[in-house]
Design a protein around this ligand. Sequence first.
Ligand SMILES: NC(=O)c1ccc[n+]([C@@H]2O[C@H](COP(=O)([O-])OP(=O)(O)OC[C@H]3O[C@@H](n4cnc5c(N)ncnc54)[C@H](O)[C@@H]3O)[C@@H](O)[C@H]2O)c1
Length: 326
Amino acid sequence: MKVLITGGAGFLGQRLARELLARGTLKDANGTPQTITELVLFDVVRADDFGDRRVRVEVGDIAEHSVLERVIDAQTSSIFHLAAIVSGQAEADFDLGMRINLDAARLLLETCRQRGHAPRVLFTSSVAVYGGDLPDVVRNDTALNPQSSYGAQKAIAELLLNDYSRRGFVDGRVLRLPTISVRPGKPNAAASSFASGIVREPLNGEAAICPVAGSTRLWLLSPRKAIESLIAGLELDAGVLGNQRVLNLPGISVSVDEMVAALRDVAGDTVAARIVWAPDARVEKIVGSWPGRWDTSRAEQLGLSAERSFADVIRGYIEDERIQIR
Ligand SMILES: NC(=O)c1ccc[n+]([C@@H]2O[C@H](COP(=O)([O-])OP(=O)(O)OC[C@H]3O[C@@H](n4cnc5c(N)ncnc54)[C@H](O)[C@@H]3O)[C@@H](O)[C@H]2O)c1
């Protein structure tokens, strides 16, 4: 089986690639595990190939049709479409966000349509598709009302994926990912970057700025569970998805104060005291428009799950990243 990951050099792309290579198989449309013979890691920057001969690294701009024609052929049966401009950057650069998050998503679907073999396409959407005056608990079918350009771009791409699936051009599925935390590495341009920073930096012996109030409620998922969900999502039977291809993924609903308390429980007072509170109205406005409580029963019925507590997420991060608490 030939598999493509767009955004293959990114945070989730690289982790997903490693996990797919370790598994070696992916279920096809009949539910039969197929050996992964080629894994194309496509990104605007060069992805790591892990020294694995099944990996083909492709570098190019996803908004160019000729580039998509190079990376998608009639043998590409499974596509994880992760390439994106993250929320903070899409808000700062309207044109770039529209070009990559929306125009390129449509171009990718068109390229699949032209190929004519209806590949499975998994698209990563976001909690940012919701906003405004929301009910206490957000359900899969709560009306979309994005309050950022990133959220609007993701929402439109979701609708396109549903329609291209209904028409039989692709076999699509959309996972609305909670904010991923704890994300290793450096802060990024996402408005939610602090949701990892306030755990990662203090565990590293460094100060971290928290730009939102402690009462701010977030919807979080660990990198481990995110990757597990992407693979399970791609392998879902199209029959059970029917004409509604979008799933809100299970996550953990937690306030920033509860996150800090979990950090204190797991790593101690000295570590938790490294958080510096410095409200930033721009970040508060974006993050504050995202809902914090969810009904994810549809995804749970389909076998998708999250950790039970944020303390478990922190413990998983410490284990995966081999952190020595200082
Ligand atoms: N990490 C999260 O908290 C989170 C939450 C919700 C949704 N998502 C979505 O999940 C997906 C992956 O997220 P991530 O955290 O790995 O982000 P990331 O920024 O690490 O990865 C995105 C990748 O897209 C690539 N890209 C950008 N412009 C491109 C272009 N013109 N051509 C080709 N590639 C291009 C980037 O180089 C980057 O490697 C994205 O679609 C994101 O919107 C992530």
